[in-house]
Every structure is written in structure tokens, then in C-alpha cells.
Design a protein around this ligand. Structure first.
Ligand SMILES: Cc1cc2nc3c(=O)[nH]c(=O)nc-3n(C[C@H](O)[C@H](O)[C@H](O)COP(=O)(O)OP(=O)(O)OC[C@H]3O[C@@H](n4cnc5c(N)ncnc54)[C@H](O)[C@@H]3O)c2cc1C
Length: 432
């Protein structure tokens, strides 16, 4: 048994760990070990990637590229390949991931199983929109190839299916044309949610990537930097994304607290405001700002932290976000870098995909036990009332009723579950 924690480091629990390397052997490798669960880089914050007391099949050894056609941008690779390695292979050859989350240190299988979104939902939808095929191995030894036009039920269940339909062993992905690693960027300061929505809506037609950070500690109105970007054909030689640092140890107490956050957020807002304007930015610091500090999750100390990410429908979304910000400010809990973003009006490809038309707010909060949980209960009430949903990739505690009302595709999904696969989250939210 080995102790494994997820990115939020809320608790480490014992798992029977085995490592998958040879994709042809997987039907045999996972058969005798059930109930188990695939585990990529463990970059999910809560319990979707954990199976305490059961088996965990680590997929990072499935790291081989299988085929790449530089004329069409079709890439076929194993499910443990990191998005970082896809970017590094593809960008110099004129192709890029069409959708990428805020860290590139995740596996292809993890990106599929959470049907992740990026900063360009209004242009490119979610990760699953660009998959052509995936191969699923079930614990009964069966192998299912599926795609949008083949076994489409299996495909839609597996996109955002949290690894519960089987182990994804390989996939074929359509990459997107790009001239190079650079982006034309613009940073603007906004004050108030009205200004945020004006910027977000006004940027959709002309900007491929949009995102904003929000200072949860400032007194009303909400403020923050709004960033937008387009691919650039600028050729700046062989520059990379810059130096990587690492948080070397877990401090005895969280370094993220109200005392440290207020000056940090204020300074950050001032810097961004001073630098507001246009620039040329390498894709790594723009897409993956937190990857520059490896193990940054250790900053929260031994008790770890929660991420709370909700999406609210656009009608009523602004009021709901405003109420959530008021609750957070009233609670005295600070969030280090909260992210606010809009999702466009396009259907998601997975039965349990998180993205839906609306606005999404993501907050990182230090784990202060019942105090933090009570705040989440109040935020849940706002999300429920606004008919929103929470993101399983970030969750460790959402109540079952909120999951059931937030995900109307659940009943369609359940028949596709592999009975030999279980997670702490599936037991909490689906009973098994
Ligand atoms: C700094 C940071 C920024 C982030 N930004 C975003 C963002 O912008 N947008 C977004 O959508 N998400 C974001 N995330 C969340 C992250 O993209 C997802 O949690 C992702 O799924 C993690 O991939 P992983 O390889 O670490 O998988 P894990 O966390 O190890 O596993 C995630 C899920 O995938 C399943 N899984 C993994 N591999 C396989 C496989 N081969 N077959 C079947 N199931 C499998 C697991 O069972 C589990 O259910 C962010 C996370 C961090 C830490």
C-alpha cells in the first residue's frame, strides 16, 4: 500500500499502486486488480483521481507517441503522454493543442476524463471536441474503440466520465495550425462585474483566448486584470517559456492567509494595471502561469487546500457571482488568484462535461476545516439557486444532490460505468 494525495493535498490515503507501461498488456494488467482507478498526474484537486483502499493504475508510463501527420495535424499517442510533451513536439512543426487547461503537466487521459476546458471555449469548445478516436479497456478485458462517429455512446460517456467507463489507453487528436509559440496579448484592468462582462463579450469576436483574475479581497466592486490573446506569427527564434522554480518543502502552516493575500493581491493588481497594454508573450507563461513554480500546492501547508469551481448560467450568473463574492468577503477566507471566465453557448460533447453556457468562477481556499466547509455550503446554496454546477475535477466535498441536479446527463451515463472501477468521488456522489 502506498500513500497518495491529489493536488489539493487534503489527505493522503493508502492505495494498491501499479504502473501501466505496455498498452497491449492492459486488459490483463487491470483485470485482477479491481476495483481500481486510472490515475494520471494527480493534478485534479480533490477525490476524482483517488480510490482509497483500492487499486490505482498509474498511467504516466503510457508515454509513447504512436503517429503524427504533419500535413493534417492528426496525432495519435498513448494516454499517459503529457500535454507539455505534445506542445513541445507539435508547436515547432506548426501545430498546437486546440484546447489546453491552465497547467500542461497533465496526461492526455486525464484531459479526456475531465473533458477539460481552456481560455478559448468560445472558439474551440472543450478538449473532447477535438478527439477523433479513443481506445477504452474495460476490467472484463474487452476493448472498445470509439469516436464521434463510432460507438458514440461510449465516446460521450468517456469524455468527462472521470475514468469510470474504463482505462483510456490511446487516443487520436486533431491539432490546430499555429505559426509559432508566441501570442499577441493585451491586459486591461476592469472594475466591477458589468465591466468584466462587457470586456468578455466584446472580446469574443476578435480574441481567441480570454481570462481574468479577480481580487476576492478588495472591497466592492470586484476588480482584476482581464487578459486576452491571439496567436502571433512573430518569429523570435528559440526562446522558451522561462525558468521554472520549485516550492522545496511543505511549510508547517499555510503561507496563504489573509495577511499574506491582501498585500499580494493588491500588488498583483497594481502590477497588472501598470503593465496594462499590448505585448508579445510566449505561450507557456500565458497558458500555464502556475507551472513556473513546481509544487506550488505545498504553500498551503500540511492541511492542504480546496478549489471551488462553479459554472452559472448567464441569466442570473452575474448576480450569483456577486453573491458568491460577497459571501467570500464576509467569511474572511481569502482566495489566492480566483479566476473568472465566460463559457460560450455551445453544447459539450460529454454526458458529464462540466462546461456549459455561462460564467465560471474558480477559487483556491486554504483548508481551515469546518469554517471553510460552512462557506462552501453557502456558496452551494447560491449555485443551486442559480441552476449551476460544480466541477468534479476540482471537487472534494460537493453534496450528492447538487451533483445530481447539476448533471442531468447522469442517468444516461450510469449504464456505461465499468463495475470494476471505483473512485472516492464516485462512491460519494453515485453510491459505488
Ligand atoms: C494549476 C492547475 C490548473 C488547471 N487548470 C484547468 C483548466 O484551466 N481547465 C480545466 O478544465 N482543468 C484545469 N485543471 C484541472 C486538470 O486539468 C484536470 O484535473 C486533469 O484531469 C488532470 O489530469 P491528470 O493527468 O493529472 O489526471 P488525474 O488528476 O490523475 O485524474 C483525473 C481523472 O482522469 C481519470 N484518468 C486519468 N487517466 C486516465 C486514463 N488513462 N483512462 C481513464 N481515466 C483516466 C482519473 O481516473 C480521474 O478521474 C487545472 C489543474 C491545475 C493543478
Amino acid at each position: 500500500m502506498q500513500s497518495i494525495a491529489s493536488w489539493g493535498r487534503l489527505q493522503a490515503s493508502p492505495h494498491q499502486v501499479s504502473y501501466l507501461h505496455d498498452r497491449d498488456r492492459i486488459p490483463r494488467d487491470i483485470g485482477g486488480l479491481a476495483p481500481g482507478l486510472a490515475h494520471g498526474m494527480g493534478r485534479s484537486y480533490g477525490d476524482v483521481c483517488l480510490n482509497p483502499g483500492g487499486s490505482l493504475w498509474i498511467t504516466t508510463g503510457l508515454d509513447k507517441f504512436i503517429d503524427f501527420d504533419p500535413n493534417t495535424g492528426l496525432l495519435s499517442c498513448e494516454a499517459g503522454v503529457l500535454l507539455r510533451d505534445i506542445q513541445r513536439l507539435a508547436i515547432p512543426r506548426g501545430w498546437i493543442l486546440p484546447v489546453t487547461p491552465g497547467t500542461q503537466l497533465v496526461t492526455l487521459g486525464g484531459a479526456i476524463a475531465n473533458d477539460v476546458h481552456g481560455k478559448n471555449h468560445h472558439v474551440s469548445g472543450t478538449f473532447g471536441d477535438h478527439l477523433r478516436r479513443l481506445r477504452l479497456v474495460r476490467t472484463d478485458g474487452s476493448v472498445i474503440d470509439c469516436g464521434p462517429d463510432l460507438e458514440s455512446g461510449w465516446f460521450a460517456a468517456t469524455l468527462g466520465g472521470m475514468g469510470l467507463t474504463g482505462v483510456i489507453t490511446e487516443a487520436v487528436l486533431q491539432l490546430k495550425r499555429v505559426s509559432g509559440p508566441w501570442l499577441e496579448t493585451e491586459t486591461l484592468a476592469y472594475r466591477g462585474l458589468d465591466e468584466f462582462f462587457e470586456l468578455a463579450d466584446g472580446s469574443e469576436a476578435d480574441w481567441e483566448h480570454t481570462v481574468s483574475w479577480i481580487d476576492c479581497l478588495s472591497s466592492n466592486p470586484a476588480r482584476g486584470p482581464f487578459m486576452r490573446a491571439n496567436p502571433s506569427d512573430h518569429d523570435s527564434g528559440s526562446a522558451t517559456g522561462g525558468r521554472q522554480w520549485s516550492m522545496p518543502f511543505v511549510p508547517p502552516v499555510s503561507l496563504v492567509n489573509r495577511l499574506s493575500l491582501r498585500p499580494f493581491n493588491a500588488a498583483y493588481f497594481r502590477i497588472k494595471k501598470a503593465r496594462a497594454g499590448r505585448g508579445l508573450t510566449h505561450y507557456e507563461p500565458f497558458f500555464y502561469p502556475l507551472d513556473g513554480l513546481l509544487n506550488w500546492n505545498r504553500m498551503y501547508g500540511p492541511n492542504g487546500f480546496y478549489q471551488y469551481q462553479a459554472v452559472l448560467p448567464r441569466a442570473g450568473g452575474a448576480d450569483a457571482i456577486s453573491s458568491m463574492l460577497t459571501e467570500i468577503s464576509r467569511s474572511g477566507e481569502g482566495s489566492f488568484l480566483a479566476v473568472l471566465k465566460t463559457f460560450a453557448d455551445r453544447p459539450a460533447p460529454g454526458m458529464l462535461s462540466f462546461a456549459m453556457p455561462g460564467v465560471t468562477l474558480a477559487l483556491d481556499l486554504p483548508n481551515r476545516g469546518s469554517r471553510t466547509l460552512r462557506l462552501f455550503d453557502r456558496l452551494d446554496a447560491i449555485v443551486r439557486e442559480a441552476e449551476g454546477r460544480l466541477y468534479p475535477a476540482k471537487d472534494a466535498r460537493m453534496p450528492r444532490d447538487l451533483f445530481e441536479t447539476g448533471y442531468p446527463g447522469l442517468a444516461d451515463f450510469l449504464p456505461y460505468r465499468d463495475p470494476g472501477i471505483s473512485a472516492a468521488m464516485s462512491r460519494r456522489l453515485m453510491g459505488t
